[in-house]
Unconditional design. Structure first.
Length: 145
């Protein structure tokens, strides 16, 4: 693996964690939205990550393949949670259905906060990887002096 592929791998991980952070923020923003039907209710979303082989990464960036063991990560899809929605009896609520029930999203705020902290920490770690690789390349350049 060349040192240049470190930038590709860490960069792809940072892009994936950025999508994860945005998805989590969307879930938290909609955690208390109310609806009068199951179909209209917001459902929690989660990104699905997948490994990218160096072949696909090189072809996408128009470069030659130098090491097949190198990998990156990508977001394959963003899926809606299958967890049941919360149904509350609130007959005085303006969004209540004819039976007096309103539906709340299946967003678990504690789980979302844990996901947000995990994604944020992963993003920070990849930033440190990029800084370390940059420092190694700078030191390599000073060896010739």
């Amino acid at each position: 693996m060349s040192i240049n592929s470190i930038f590709d791998i860490a960069g792809s991980a940072m892009r994936a964690q950025s999508v994860r952070l945005n998805t989590t923020a969307s879930n938290l923003a909609n955690a208390e939205t109310v609806s009068s039907s199951i179909e209209e209710t917001y459902k929690a979303r989660k990104p699905i990550f997948a490994a990218v082989h160096q072949e696909a990464l090189a072809m996408a960036q128009g470069r030659s393949i130098d090491d097949l063991a190198s990998r990156g990560v990508e977001v394959k899809a963003i899926v809606e949670s299958e967890a049941p929605l919360e149904r509350r009896y609130q007959p005085d609520h303006p969004m209540a259905d004819e039976e007096g029930y309103v539906f709340y999203p299946n967003v678990n705020v504690v789980e979302e906060m844990a996901d947000m902290m995990s994604a944020s920490r992963s993003f920070q770690l990849n930033t440190e990887v990029l800084n370390s690789a940059k420092q190694m390349m700078q030191r390599l350049l000073t060896l010739g002096q």
